[in-house]
Design a protein around this ligand. Structure first.
Ligand SMILES: *[C@@H]1O[C@H](CO)[C@@H](O)[C@H](O)[C@H]1NC(C)=O
Length: 253
């Protein structure tokens, strides 16, 4: 009776998950069920946390399956940028291939991919900087660097999933979004003409209806190029906003 009730309540809460012991194959898509799920650098509770995941974050099985510390751990592909991280099977569900980036409904345009790869190359050579943190201190796979890496790898960009004073409910939505080609072109163009520090793209928590969640907005450190950031945003059809410690630029699509 107790077990039946417990299972019933798990279903009610919508957190029922557990792929432990199920047959899974490399490349199969699994999704996280739960909030603040730790994805670790190796199959152990004491391994460092490479990313914090939430319901709706889906990844392909990379191949590794190991039992340790009372859990069966599954190695997932490209959880944080190119990092393959480990998640306990009790927090994973099998999902349709389309839930994983790279599936037909998950992939973005070839132009977006190519622009993101150009931007990543600029980052790797120090010409631009894609931030690998959020001002909130929350760790997830939605840093500007992760957004660009994932897009360059042909995946959608991750959105954060947490609340803030600008949006107490429901908070940043989580899940994934394709980044706008216009937005990427704006960033590549700026990077071609000098250094920029890109704070946030699809990540972090903003106002509830923020264009960041649509993949069409960016926050950039103004540095010494404030007027250029603003005028280029306008000239490309966007709306710039001087938000004091950063320039926000958003596009319609
Ligand atoms: C998950 O499934 C395995 C295999 O069936 C089982 O041994 C384990 O108790 C389950 N864990 C949870 C938390 O449901």
């Amino acid at each position: 009776m107790e077990t039946a009730l417990c299972i019933f309540m798990l279903f009610l809460a919508g957190v029922s998950a557990n792929i432990t012991g199920q047959h899974v194959t490399t490349g199969e898509c699994v999704c996280v069920a739960g909030t603040n799920v730790n994805a670790r650098t190796s199959a152990s509770l004491s391994a460092s946390v490479g990313a914090v995941l939430n319901t709706g974050d889906c990844f392909k099985i990379h191949g590794g399956i190991l039992t340790h510390d009372g859990y069966t751990w599954y190695q997932l592909s490209h959880v944080s940028g190119t990092q393959n991280l480990w998640v306990a099977g009790t927090l994973l569900n099998k999902a349709a291939a389309s839930s994983c980036s790279g599936g037909s409904s998950g992939s973005c345009t070839a132009t977006a991919k190519s622009l993101a790869c150009q931007l990543l190359q600029m980052h790797n050579s120090g010409k631009v900087h894609l931030w690998d943190r959020h001002p909130s201190g929350v760790h997830d796979n939605a840093y500007a660097l992760n957004n660009i890496r994932d897009t360059c790898n042909g995946h959608q960009a991750s959105r954060s999933h947490y609340t803030c004073s600008e949006c107490r409910s429901p908070g940043a939505p989580g899940g994934h979004v394709c980044l706008s080609e216009t937005l990427l072109r704006y960033l590549v163009d700026l990077g071609t003409h000098g250094y920029i520090h890109i704070n946030e793209i699809a990540g972090a928590c903003h106002s509830c209806h923020s264009y960041h969640y649509r993949g069409t907005a960016v926050d950039i450190d103004p540095g010494s190029r404030k007027h250029e950031l603003i005028s280029k945003c306008s000239s490309m059809g966007g709306w710039p906003n001087d938000e004091i410690n950063h320039i926000h630029c958003q596009f319609n699509h």
